[in-house]
Design a protein around this ligand. Sequence first.
Ligand code: CP
Ligand code: NVA
Length: 303
Amino acid sequence: MTLSKHFLTLEELDSEEFDDLIQLSLKLKKNLRDNVPHRHLAGRTLAMIFQKPSTRTRISFEVGMYQLGGSAINLSSGDLQLSRGESIEDTARTISRYADCIMARVYEHDQIEALARHADVPVINGLSNTFHPCQTLADFATILERKGRLGEIDIAWVGDGNNVCNSMIYGAALSGATMSIATPSALRPLERVVRKASRLTRIHLTEDPHEAVRDADVVVTDTFKSIHHDDSHEDTLYPKYQVNDHLMSLAKPDAIFMHCLPATRDREVTTSVIDGKQSAVWDEAENRLHSQKALLVRMLGSP
Ligand code: CP
Ligand code: NVA
């Protein structure tokens, strides 16, 4: 199976392709554990552009390319001529002459769209202000691992209806999971995303975190202050939307807690929850590696 050229929002995928990526993520994870060689991208190069800081995205893509037999080049946007005014279009054309794929983390989503329009090679969104589709792949691989299924899963999102939330909504639509999303009315996820996903699954919006988490299988939150937000954003959310032991007790007894990380402990989530036995955050972080390897294999060449 070969995917459409770019991976910017998850809208590029159908349910079958999404499911295939999740299955391949877990297969590649097992290959790594069992020392089964999987150098599917020998000799291929990924160029990574970062306009914002990153720990997980940068390391998992770089290690992933290495394990697949290829290599990755890390390019901070400040080191590129972009910082001196070279256009994103010309940067895309230039990198396409050297690398087989571009992964970029940008502020405005239209920057990744411009990269994709002008690159001759596939472009992957490594987070924009409005979407984080790579995170969603890892999140659903984690849900499948922990719950043994993707459909008939009730996901409760609590906090900021941000980039990670927008992408998770598309993930729910592709997998058949339902979502209850508790945010202040001013911080709801993108209306067009909710509208589109609602044609395929149940997406319920509320301002009440208790209502959202009741009987949920998965409880998810994210930082109250994304890289592109200021302190006022956090003030709107804390403490009402904090995931704590009381909130977790309203979900199903076997519910898992997820967070894309980095977390601010005792703000959006208490230490007792993130370090507690229901927390899946370290598997979730690890799965970034496996799911992005699956994505790279499907975008650049099948095993
Ligand atoms: N979750 C995530 O994307 O982490 P980084 O910002 O560290 O890459
Ligand atoms: N919503 C967060 C995610 C970080 C991985 C941000 O955009 O900063």
